[in-house]
Design a binder for this molecule. Structure first.
Ligand SMILES: Cc1cc2nc3c(=O)[nH]c(=O)nc-3n(C[C@H](O)[C@H](O)[C@H](O)COP(=O)(O)O)c2cc1C
Length: 183
């Protein structure tokens, strides 16, 4: 019998009609069509404050002293079997909106390492060059190694500054297939 996977998608763009949220939509459709449970949080439209590094969580059983939209993300992170990070490339790395959410993992880093999870990176960038995303890829790999998660795939969409550009490419199909392949 197949075990249904809980997939959590975290996105980091403020462009509802941009490139990375199109890939998030396609991935989501593919993952749902394969029978997975999919939950998505679009960080740019949430109220998630930056980690204050106050260590309150360290002394209070992982509870963060900030009461904001990270509470809902936290519950879904714990349930997730696969976490999908979707971001536009901003100055060679992920957007601040996504990074702000990831920094808040700090209150639950050990808990997040307790069970095996998969991770996926989906990004979009204006530049056609492979090396433009080197820092992002290294950041992602280093982060999932630290969390003891496994890489289930990376889709780096290059040369796509806008929705008009990306719809002419195969990247939306690739994102959908990546979602469909989670079984
Ligand atoms: C603040 C900012 C920084 C950016 N930095 C880069 C970059 O370092 N390299 C690159 O190729 N594109 C860069 N871009 C272009 C975006 O990555 C690209 O347009 C992407 O498709 C936007 O995704 P979105 O529509 O999902 O927001 C940047 C755009 C912005 C607004």
């Amino acid at each position: 019998m197949r075990i249904i996977k809980n997939i959590l998608i975290l996105t980091g763009s403020a462009h509802k009609n941009g490139t990375s949220l199109l890939l998030a939509d396609e991935f989501e459709n593919g993952a749902i069509s394969s029978g997975n449970n999919v939950i998505r949080h679009d960080a740019a439209f949430l109220n998630v404050n930056g980690c204050m590094g106050c260590s309150y969580c360290r002394n209070n059983n992982g509870v963060c002293m900030q009461n904001d939209d990270f509470n809902a993300i936290k519950e879904n992170l714990i349930k997730a079997d696969v976490v999908v990070f979707v971001t536009p490339l901003y100055y060679f790395d992920m957007s601040a909106q996504l990074k702000t959410v990831i920094d808040r993992f700090h209150s639950m880093s050990s808990k997040l390492s307790e069970k095996p999870r998969g991770a996926i990176l989906i990004s979009t960038q204006a530049s056609p060059s492979d090396s433009t995303s080197d820092v992002l890829k290294l950041h992602y790999k280093t982060m999932i190694d630290y969390l003891k998660w496994s890489n289930y795939g990376m889709l780096i969409a290059k040369g796509v500054p806008s929705r008009e550009a990306i719809i002419k490419t195969n990247y939306p199909d690739e994102a959908k297939k990546l979602g469909e392949n989670i079984k």
